[in-house]
Design a protein around this ligand. Structure first.
Ligand SMILES: [Zn+2]
Length: 1024
């Protein structure tokens, strides 16, 4: 949703906003260099017990410049880092660059082959100079070029990164670190070698993962059981791939698509003859079957023939179905209409068209066979799906091409898997839970000769490699794997996921699911940049396996980079004992020093810094990394480090849309980050990316939003300039205090009591700080920004109405309070829009950077229930009067207001107490309680008052209820008198008389007996 905003007034009177009043570029350059000079983002081991906070983001893969979409995760982490710094933490926020993997190598090959598509992208989209493109025949040059480009972009965005810790994953010591990681995993028995399925590019002859695929899709595949039906009593096999082998008892027929071509193939050197589609025969080859194509056969040649169900030996017909796709499974489907929506619908469709068919089978004999019942179903729940028929009607399925069938299938599958029990017609499996029966039947089929095999297929196909070729599931022999299937390991990871902080919370289950389905994962390739597998140098460790514990390396890299530690000369000598000691505390420091040619004190210093900063306190990443990187990050930390070094928090964000559309090269809507900064300024881009959504939703970047944010920031800036020229506080006199702190002191030392509206605004300011702080704790960024930028404007606007009504505009106290609010808002804004905030902060006369200022605290004693409630009271009263004027359609000369009697106020307080303390809402029960006590027993005389009061209270927000409970009662008469001018201005009747009575007053003018309707906080009104 776009942020709608009105320009409104400025705090100190309105002034036209001039877009040229700021030179953003100059301002950004100034503060970037000032932050650098003052080393504000450099964090080191601190021996004064200052609390640390270690934030990391998934480091970038430098094969293209960053675009606006990349900006989200990094900006979010930077906001988090800046917030924690202001909360008083010693924040470490470092960055590295991920060179390893195959994509950069593949790009380099395409440059050598003079691929015009890629070269065009470099030239036109990324603006890479021609001579640089020529150098891209070396893969490292690609990485270096974009590394620099990305780094400059991060600096332009103002990210508060400790750049002393920068590294790349092909640095010599990093490679040694990865070698150490793999040897450690191997020692723990977590590396295995064998044949396992992987996503595979047949052209590159390499496994593929998310980094290697077009659209960055993580290949996911499922394990199917391939059941071998026999054709017409002869030896030809009709294999069908199924995820539900237990439904074999309910098979009524096979489906083939009459319009597609099938192959008869010799499988595994003539061991068997199968009929499958062309696509299936290719898939089988990648699963290590030898295939020889014998001849082709049209689907319709098979229609009307019979096949044997291998488990029951029953003959079943082969029938036609259009939903059968050549590239799904084997192209032959076993039909279970009793439990599969597709089969059910295809059978209905077929029976309708039966007159068109040329074969001679009595379709009325083919009917769904129920073999599973649902246990413990709640039959009274009408929305519940109990069988295939329910699913068909729920999703309003009309024919077998209906897209709703996919959902219907999932629901039935899910229900039967978790709640199903096998019926008596399933032989020895009768009475068994479906979950168990599925495993048992699968094992039986696989263990019996020639009945079934395992078959793999992508669930998210098609998967395309970046080289353009379609990928397959391949059974890879002699491949090295990290064994994420290890039961004990998984168990520990599940326990950890139960405990760790995950933002947003909704993702916890998704992590559990990933951990459940993770299997062995290929961890090495035959090509690409990276570290060699320590025990088998033909293999290079792949990029999602060498990037799972690198956060620990940020500690070490500082010592390598900084000249003063002169560590570079010893890099050749450093071996695994170094990492054992630094990261695990294993070994003897004297020996390590001798082995590695390093001083004992240096090793000790690195170890201390590691212990100080580790674990990672918050890990930020995009949602697409949940099924791979983030899960591997958890697994590896748990395997390698002590429990106290396991990460504390994981933060996941959604992606970014551009004007509502997915960013893609073909739509031409990929805007490089640095280009966008040039045009709009970094602060604007940061806010425009962050303000449109909460964590997990897709953010929608739009130029309208960007423009309106820029105007908002200019408004803040203009305001600061007015304060400056008003010469109110030129320089903050005490260098140890910031402007807001000074103003608080000044305001509280004021000799006169503050007016009600002053206390109200200061109270609202505490609420703002409280709300924004609460949002920040769970990174509800959109909400926080909305409060800072827009919601508080409404309060300022109202405050000004109130002071104007009292003619206080030139009151010194008013100015102080407005400037206090403004200073606090700048502080709150500074993690989001650091450049403009710093500029304003400085111009307000503060001596030190807003980066190192303290996050505003809430002063509970300044939260003022009386001023908040009286303000609400006046607002509602004004509204009530306006409404009456609207209805009567004539302007009154006098307004009579009757405030409720003290006896009504007592009853009101009593009811409020009952509702708050006992949560009682029932009229009868509340009345009973009132009558029980002598001092409120008179309530029984006025039941309608009690009833209305209960309604009044229940319609109030909880905050207001607790205010009123604290207040006991409101002096409504004097509040109205204090606001007479305001009321007449608000109802736009300037020369009106307002007369206030208490209900109890004997001598009041009350011709229509209105006063008896008055209630606390709701006076009665009479107009004349
Ligand atoms: Zn490929």
């Amino acid at each position: 949703m776009l942020i709608k905003h009105s320009r409104g007034e400025n705090n100190l009177g309105s002034k036209e906003i001039n877009d040229n009043s700021i030179n953003w570029k100059e301002l950004e350059t100034k503060w970037k260099s000032r932050w650098k000079e003052e080393h504000l983002f450099e964090a080191d081991y601190d021996n004064t017990n200052k609390k640390k906070y270690f934030i990391t983001v998934a480091f970038p893969y430098p094969n293209s410049p960053q675009h606006i979409g990349h900006g989200r995760t990094y900006s979010l982490a930077d906001v988090h880092a800046r917030y924690m710094r202001m909360k008083g933490y010693n924040v470490l926020f470092p960055m590295g660059f991920h060179y390893t993997g195959t994509p950069i190598l593949a790009m380099s090959k395409r440059v050598i082959a003079e691929d015009q598509d890629l070269i065009g992208t470099f030239k036109n989209l990324y603006n890479v100079p021609e001579n640089i493109i020529k150098s891209f025949i070396e893969p490292e040059n690609i990485a270096k070029f974009f590394h620099n480009e990305i780094k400059l972009g991060m600096q332009d965005m103002g990210y508060s990164i400790d750049w002393r810790r920068e590294f790349t994953t092909i640095d010599m010591l990093y490679s040694k670190f990865i070698t150490w990681q793999f040897k450690t995993l191997q020692k723990k028995g977590l590396i295995v070698q064998g044949s396992h399925p992987v996503g595979w590019c047949p052209y590159d002859k390499n496994p593929v993962s998310q980094h290697d695929t077009i659209g960055d899709v993580e290949p996911e595949f499922s394990e199917y059981v391939l059941i071998k039906f026999r054709l017409d009593d002869n030896d030809i096999i009709l294999p069908t791939a199924t995820l539900r082998p237990e439904t074999i008892f309910g098979v009524t027929n096979l489906w083939v698509n009459p319009d597609i071509e099938y192959f008869i193939i010799d499988v595994d050197n003539n061991a068997e003859q199968w009929i499958v589609t062309k696509e299936a025969s290719t898939k089988l080859e990648f699963l290590n079957h030898s295939i020889k194509i014998n001849k082709t056969i049209k689907g319709n040649e098979l229609i009307g023939k019979f096949a044997t169900n291998i488990i029951s030996n029953v003959n079943i017909p082969i029938l036609p179905a259009k939903f059968v796709k050549p590239d799904t499974g084997t192209g032959i489907v076993m039909s279970v209409p009793g439990h599969a929506p597709y089969d059910f619908q295809a059978l209905i469709d077929l029976k309708k068209e039966t007159n068109l068919l040329s074969f001679n089978i009595d379709l009325s004999q083919i009917n769904p066979i129920k073999i599973i019942e649902i246990q413990e179903a709640n039959v009274n729940d009408n929305s519940l799906i109990l069988c295939v028929e329910d699913a068909i009607s729920k999703f309003k399925i009309n024919n077998q091409s209906d897209l709703g069938l996919e959902k219907a299938t999932n629901e039935v599958y899910h229900l039967e898997y978790y709640q199903g029990r096998m019926l008596p017609n399933t032989g020895k499996y009768a009475g068994m839970d479906v979950q168990l029966a599925k495993e048992e039947i699968k094992n039986y089929l696989l263990a019996t000769k020639n009945l079934a095999e395992i078959f793999y297929e992508f669930v998210n196909k098609p998967i395309k490699c970046r080289c353009g070729n379609e990928c397959f599931v391949k059974l890879l022999n002699d491949q090295w794997f990290i064994n994420y299937k290890d039961k004990e390991w998984k168990h520990k990871v599940h326990n950890y996921i139960d405990e760790v902080s995950i933002l947003p919370e909704d993702l916890r289950q998704e992590f559990h699911n990933v951990v459940d389905w993770l299997k062995e994962r290929a961890c090495a390739r035959k090509s690409g940049l990276g570290t060699k597998l320590p025990w088998d140098h033909e293999w290079i460790i792949e990029s999602l396996s060498d990037s799972v514990i690198y956060m620990a390396y940020y500690i070490i890299s500082k010592f390598v980079n900084e000249q003063k530690y002169s560590m570079k000369k010893s890099l050749n000598n450093i071996d695994e004992s170094f990492f054992d000691y630094i990261l695990l505390g294993i070994g003897n420091v004297h020996e390590v020093a001798k082995n590695c040619n390093l001083s004992i004190s240096l090793i000790q210093e690195i170890r201390n810094e590691f212990i100080y900063f580790y674990p990672v306190d918050s890990r930020h990443s995009g949602r697409d990394l949940v099924p791979n990187h983030l899960s591997f990050f958890i697994f590896n930390h748990i395997a390698i480090f002590e429990k106290k070094f396991w990460p504390h928090q994981i933060v996941v964000n959604g992606s970014v849309l551009m004007e509502g559309k997915k960013m893609s090269k073909s739509l031409g809507n990929i805007i490089p980050l640095r280009t966008a900064i040039q045009e709009y300024g970094a602060d604007t881009i940061r806010l425009a990316i962050l303000i449109s959504s909460e964590l997990l939703q897709d953010a929608d970047f739009s130029f309208d939003t960007a423009r309106s944010i820029r105007i908002k920031l200019l408004e803040f800036y203009t305001l600061s300039q007015q304060i400056l020229t008003s010469n109110f506080y030129n320089k903050v006199s005490n260098p140890n205090l910031s402007l807001d702190e000074l103003l608080y002191v000044d305001i509280s030392e004021n000799e006169y009591p503050l007016e009600l509206e002053d206390r109200w605004l200061i109270s609202k300011l505490q609420r703002l700080i409280n709300n924004v702080t609460r949002s920040m704790e769970t990174l509800r960024i959109r909400e926080a920004l909305h409060n800072i930028l827009y919601v508080f404007d409404q309060h300022i606007h109202w405050y000004k109405k109130r002071i104007n009504a009292k003619k206080r505009s030139n009151d010194n106290m008013v100015n102080k309070i407005l400037i206090l609010c403004f200073s606090i808002r700048i502080k709150l804004l500074s993690p989001f829009a650091p450049f403009i905030s710093e500029e304003i902060w400085n111009s307000l006369g503060n001596r030190s950077s807003v980066v190192s200022s303290k996050w505003p605290t809430v002063f509970n004693e300044k939260i003022d229930p009386l001023s908040e409630e009286s303000d609400e009271f006046i607002k509602k009263l004004t509204l009530d009067i306006s409404n009456i004027i609207k209805v009567t359609k004539k302007l009154p000369r006098t307004i009579y207001i009757y405030c409720s009697s003290s006896s009504k106020q007592k009853i009101y307080q009593k009811i409020l107490k009952i509702i708050t303390l006992t949560n009682e809402r029932n009229f009868g029960n509340i009345m009973k309680k009132l009558i029980q006590e002598p001092e409120s027993s008179y309530a029984k005389k006025d039941p309608s008052f009690v009833k209305k009061t209960i309604e009044d209270i229940l319609s109030e927000p909880v905050e207001s209820r607790s205010n009123r409970l604290n207040l006991n009662s409101l002096d409504e008469i004097s509040i109205i008198k204090d606001s007479e001018n305001l009321i007449s201005k608000e109802i736009e009747c300037e020369n009106i008389q307002i007369i206030v009575y208490s209900e109890e007053e004997k001598e009041k003018y009350d011709p229509k007996s209105k006063s008896r309707f008055s209630r606390p906080y709701k006076p009665a009104i009479y107009l004349e």
